[in-house]
Design a protein around this ligand. Structure first.
Ligand code: SF4
Length: 364
């Protein structure tokens, strides 16, 4: 086997390592070094093994292998696209909605996604984790706010914590009466499935509370047999899972790929939850679709898979105003006067999964 196609045995973090493993051309070294100076790189052996070196448009590579497109910022892009800082009362906490908070314990990930909306906040060179005093202050904030029903561990990737540290945090959260749900957002089961050990699964439990785990995956090939087994270990331990995906140009912006991804989630007992429209993170325009393309894909998905397989297509409103569903409308009262002419009363217009329009009477 040549050096260019050798199998990675450790996480690749430098441009020359990507080149040595055939994941980028040698001629890109200088350009990729410029990208790496700004944004973190990490490609685990599992992810590197999924990339087809012969496909210049490989959808896995597009998610993880840097390109110089990332150095091109577009008007409207911003370092904090979903406004975390605007709603951060203390370090590590984002309190955007009354009944829930984000708790950001770590700023490192198993892999670094080229489209990440927190790309200016994660990776080596940033603070790697919330300090102990800051963690204590964040937990005190949760204790002091009785309206907080759900705590969402995010980051960075919370499963980069050791099982021992994660178990400590879960025990702290379990001791807060008003916290009922702990939700953990992670890419680890697909990026580094062996990290989901029995010890890690045990650490996910918060005694007396309900843990949910949200898996981030964007392409059906990411759900490898090892990733599926890691998810099964979590679910078999009584922890329900949901999915979150980002709609990405050249990765999953076609109906067949989205269909396969959603079916794969459901086959793994993971309920599709969110399909995010790409955030306005710096240097990510090449990976964003238009909202109209996203809506057309959601219409196509409605016609291809059952309700069980349907995620909600959402946009995080820039500036910290929260998520809004941006999927297609199926119900309208357009052309009321024309409908009245024909039927003597106004009617709703409902679009079915084939795109055909039907009339529905208003309530008496
Ligand atoms: S795993 Fe999540 S936080 Fe980490 S780089 Fe990817 S999208 Fe960003």
């Amino acid at each position: 086997m040549s050096q260019r196609s050798s199998k990675a045995v450790a996480t690749l973090r430098q441009p020359d390592e990507l080149i040595a493993h055939g994941l980028a051309p040698a001629s890109d070294l200088a350009d990729l070094t410029r990208v790496a100076a700004r944004y973190a790189i990490a490609v685990t052996p599992e992810v590197a093994g999924l990339i087809d070196r012969n496909d210049p448009n490989d959808p896995i590579a597009r998610q993880y292998i840097p390109t110089t497109d990332e150095l091109v910022a577009q008007p409207g892009e911003r370092a904090d696209p979903i406004g975390d800082h605007t709603h951060s009362p203390v370090d590590g906490i984002v309190h955007r909605y009354p009944d829930r908070v984000l708790l950001k314990l770590v700023h490192v990930c198993a892999v670094y996604c080229r489209f990440c909306f927190r790309r200016e906040m994660v990776g080596p060179g940033k603070d790697t984790a919330l300090s102990k005093p800051a963690t204590a202050a964040a937990l005190n904030y949760i204790r002091a706010h009785a309206e907080i029903w759900e705590v969402i561990l995010t980051g960075g990737d919370p499963l980069m914590l050791s099982p021992r540290r994660l178990a400590e945090i879960m025990a702290d959260l379990a001791a807060i009466d008003h916290v009922k749900i702990v939700r953990i957002h992670t890419r680890v089961p697909v990026a580094d499935p062996s990290r989901i050990s029995a010890e890690m699964v045990e650490a996910l439990k918060a005694p007396g509370k309900t843990t949910w785990l949200a898996l981030h995956a964007n392409h059906p090939r990411e759900l490898t047999p090892m990733a599926r087994e890691a998810c099964a270990r979590i679910i078999d331990a009584g922890i329900p899972m949901v999915s979150q995906s980002v709609l990405l140009r050249g990765v999953n912006d076609d109906a067949a790929t989205l269909e396969a991804l959603m079916r794969a989630f459901v086959e793994c007992r993971i309920k599709p939850y969110y399909l995010h429209h790409g955030d306005l993170a710096p240097g990510t325009a090449h990976l964003r679709t238009t909202l109209e393309e996203g809506q057309a894909l959601m219409r196509a998905l409605r016609g291809r898979v059952s309700g069980l397989c349907q995620p909600e297509y959402v946009l995080d409103i820039p500036g910290g105003h929260g998520k809004a569903p941006v999927g297609p409308d199926y119900l309208s009262r357009a052309n009321l006067s024309r409908e009245r002419e024909h039927h003597g009363e106004s009617r709703y217009r409902i679009v079915d999964y084939c795109g055909d329009v039907h009339l529905y009477p208003p309530s008496p």
